[in-house]
Design a protein around this ligand. Structure first.
Ligand SMILES: [Zn+2]
Length: 139
């Protein structure tokens, strides 16, 4: 699993450089439901996210995507000292309203698979469950 150390090594201190960021104009055919039209994210996120969105649409799980809760946000992990991977925009949160930190995730296995098949790790299986959270499995 990727840690903030890995991200720091590859991208530098969060917020200092922005060369690895992009304002991704999501292809029109993927703008379904609450999938955003534009996402400010790490360039390394574009392909995996595009694949995850395709998977959601092709399997019908896109209907389960109720809220898009963001990607880029410079902050520490809640209650911890290390930086969240959101600081480098290599993580996204979805359906936060019903997948709170430490709560039992409500996302279906099929929905989760759309992301894990596309190259993401899911926070819902962590010891401290973070069901809303998907982050790049590799950078
Ligand atoms: Zn998150």
């Amino acid at each position: 699993m990727i840690t903030s150390k890995d991200a720091l090594k590859k991208y530098g201190p969060a917020g200092e450089k922005s060369g690895y960021m992009t304002l991704w104009d999501v292809p029109a055919n993927l703008e379904i439901g609450v999938i955003p039209k534009r996402i400010y994210c790490n360039k390394d996120m574009v392909k995996p996210l595009e694949q995850a969105f395709k998977n959601l649409i092709n399997t019908g799980h896109v209907n389960e995507l109720k809220t898009w809760d963001g990607c880029f946000n410079i902050r520490k992990m809640r209650g911890l000292q290390s930086m969240s991977l959101h600081s480098w925009a290599i993580a996204v949160d979805v359906n936060a309203f019903e997948n709170g930190l430490g709560k039992d995730p409500k996302l279906s296995p099929g929905f989760v698979k759309c992301f894990t098949d596309a190259g993401f790790d899911w926070g819902g299986v962590w010891k401290r469950k973070d069901g809303m959270h998907f982050q790049l499995a590799k950078i």
